[in-house]
Design a binder for this molecule. Sequence first.
Ligand SMILES: Cc1cc2nc3c(=O)[nH]c(=O)nc-3n(C[C@H](O)[C@H](O)[C@H](O)COP(=O)(O)OP(=O)(O)OC[C@H]3O[C@@H](n4cnc5c(N)ncnc54)[C@H](O)[C@@H]3O)c2cc1C
Length: 415
Amino acid sequence: MKKIAIIGAGISGMTIGHCLKNNYDVELFEKDSKPGGLIKCDVVEGNLYHMVGGHVFNSKRQDVLDWFWSFFDKEKEFTKSTRNAVAFMEKPIGYPVENHLYQMGDDIIKKVINELLELSLKKGDNPKNFEEFLKKQFGLTLYEEYFKPYNEKIWKKDLSKVPLSWLEGKLPMPEVEEIIYNNIKKEQETKMVHSTFFYPKNNGSQFLANRLAEGLNINLNTPVETLFKNDITKKWLVNSDKEFDIVIFAGNIKALPLMLENNFLNEYQENIEKLDFHGTTSVLCEINVNDFSWIYLPDTKFDAHRIICTGNFSKNNNREGILSATIEFTDFMSEADLKEQLKNIPFAPKYIDHRYTKYTYPIQDVDTREFISQIKKVTEKNELYLTGRFAEWEYYNMDAAMGAAMDLSDTFLKN
Ligand SMILES: Cc1cc2nc3c(=O)[nH]c(=O)nc-3n(C[C@H](O)[C@H](O)[C@H](O)COP(=O)(O)OP(=O)(O)OC[C@H]3O[C@@H](n4cnc5c(N)ncnc54)[C@H](O)[C@@H]3O)c2cc1C
């Protein structure tokens, strides 16, 4: 059996590990003391704490769903929920906001209807960037009231510089007729991947990570610091210690050139360093009881962009008698600053804990995909493969990360 080293026991590394473990001798290396990467959770003062996000699961890919559910008992171990999200625009407005115009003030409703009707008559060129897309899709008023302030908070970027390809599959694309119909009929949006979702009854997404880790040979607390490809034996040497035929890298591509002892990515290194990204400061709080899943925060009075009511995903996530949630700020926020900010945030959040994670959102430029595919051509010639959110610099959800890892494993299994 050929030997494969997988670097990173996040969702991507563990998925490909399972897909290949019957045909290859597979060993994973994880720098942290527990598996899961971005989906890891802790328990703080009796509350489940997603240190990043508030991970829920669903997929539009049937092969991913089949694969995923082969590890779990859907009925016994998970709850299934219908998204109950709102944007807080002085009061909660249902999400997606364009389907809930009827909850807004009269002035706004009239302006938005006029703009949508005008847009439906104009068949202009295709939008070239995110700002153009939002204006053409929803009109200026909804853009100014919600889409612009909300998206600028998350991405901290001029929206005209955000290419559409980066958000592919994540954007609502309703026709004007559909928006009007949904408002009149009060129809809920069902096309987006998390319009319904599954969530573990216990231990949040750490439960997923722990289950997926079972049956895999994972070296925890083992950062991979060096990778050496011996040109004569054609073997990879990991951490100057163990030999492998193939390496699959599911970590962060920014670290890769520094690991490679015979750095064949030398000419790409400068541009790899320039790859753009955001981090997240995730604040665990107690909040006022409500029945929402996500509360989006376009208000520019404070920097937080979203409250994830993780306590509503499973009642077991809360210390008795309270509702817990995580509140997200893009990039680093000091404890003093975020505590000051909490005072203005709706639902009266009370601070419990916070964590900053440097790499949470990869940001693509117009040529990032082409750049990564060039790198893959070079690494794959050397039996080094990339899969994962920060290995491929793709804005993957868990299911998309699983799907990408499964697709890569197929190419191995076919050979
Ligand atoms: C705020 C936020 C909310 C999200 N919410 C959802 C959601 O609700 N639903 C959903 O489906 N998806 C969600 N996602 C996306 C989801 O987190 C990712 O798709 C998924 O976790 C990516 O997994 P990964 O394995 O590719 O990367 P990671 O989770 O980053 O895993 C990489 C792993 O590699 C390890 N590693 C790195 N370098 C080394 C090294 N040198 N040696 C050893 N180990 C190394 C790391 O420690 C880590 O464990 C969210 C993401 C964010 C940021």
